[in-house]
Design a protein around this ligand. Structure first.
Ligand SMILES: [Zn+2]
Length: 211
């Protein structure tokens, strides 16, 4: 089982690791700071042992990394893992923002049915099941969210007491299950902007971008 260092220290951009398997251009590691797509959050970008990582995917307790063609890493190799920290930081800002916007929306609308979410380095989005357009609510919710961000409350992430691989995100009176990478406090998000998209009858999408 790979040790997911990105959960305890999401601000770290490199780590030493040992290759635990290497097959068909894919490797697994004993420990990693390189996040692989999960819970709607995009994978990191980076290099391992000097080779570019093309894809990262969760496979049960492991993360499999597909390396660029010609990569020659073998089981037992000790390597350095480095990630694109600029991309990671944007993802952290947009992911923490998505949780906050969700919290503000459910307070205003009573919505509880989240039907999807996604976080990339450019934007994050949350999809709700809701029968009327959320368009009119956007400006006040955007304003309120930005005011809360300015208060710079602390964000805590920690493992579940009973299930150590399940993690929680907690901030003010909000608490959601989440294994993604997050900021230490809301102020680091900076200012956000909201946009609404209709994605079908009874379905509303809110897109969040950084200003
Ligand atoms: Zn999350």
């Amino acid at each position: 089982m790979v040790e997911k260092l990105f959960r305890k220290d999401p601000y770290s951009d490199s780590c030493k690791a040992t290759v635990t398997s290497s097959k068909d251009g894919e490797i697994t590691l004993d420990r990693t700071i390189f996040f692989a797509f999960a819970g709607g959050q995009q994978s990191d970008s980076g290099i391992m042992g000097g080779f570019k990582v093309l894809e990262a995917r969760v496979d049960g307790p492991e993360i499999r990394y597909k390396l660029e063609e010609g990569a020659t890493l073998n089981e037992g190799d000790k390597i350095e893992v480095k990630i694109d920290m600029e991309k990671r930081k944007k993802i952290m800002r947009l992911h923490s923002a998505a949780h906050l916007v969700y919290g503000v929306f459910i307070k205003h609308t009573g919505i509880t049915k989240l039907i999807g979410s996604n976080v990339t380095e450019d934007k994050s989005r949350i999809d709700f099941e809701y029968q009327t357009s959320l368009l009119e609510m956007l400006p006040p919710i955007e304003e309120e969210t930005n005011k809360i961000i300015e208060q710079d409350a602390e964000i805590k992430t920690y493992p579940d007491e009973n299930k150590p691989d399940r993690w929680w995100w907690e901030c003010m009176d909000m608490k959601y299950p989440c294994g993604g990478t997050h900021l230490k406090s809301l102020g680091e998000i900076g200012k956000i902007k909201l946009k609404r998209k209709n994605i079908g009858s009874g379905k509303e999408r809110i897109e969040i971008t950084l200003v």
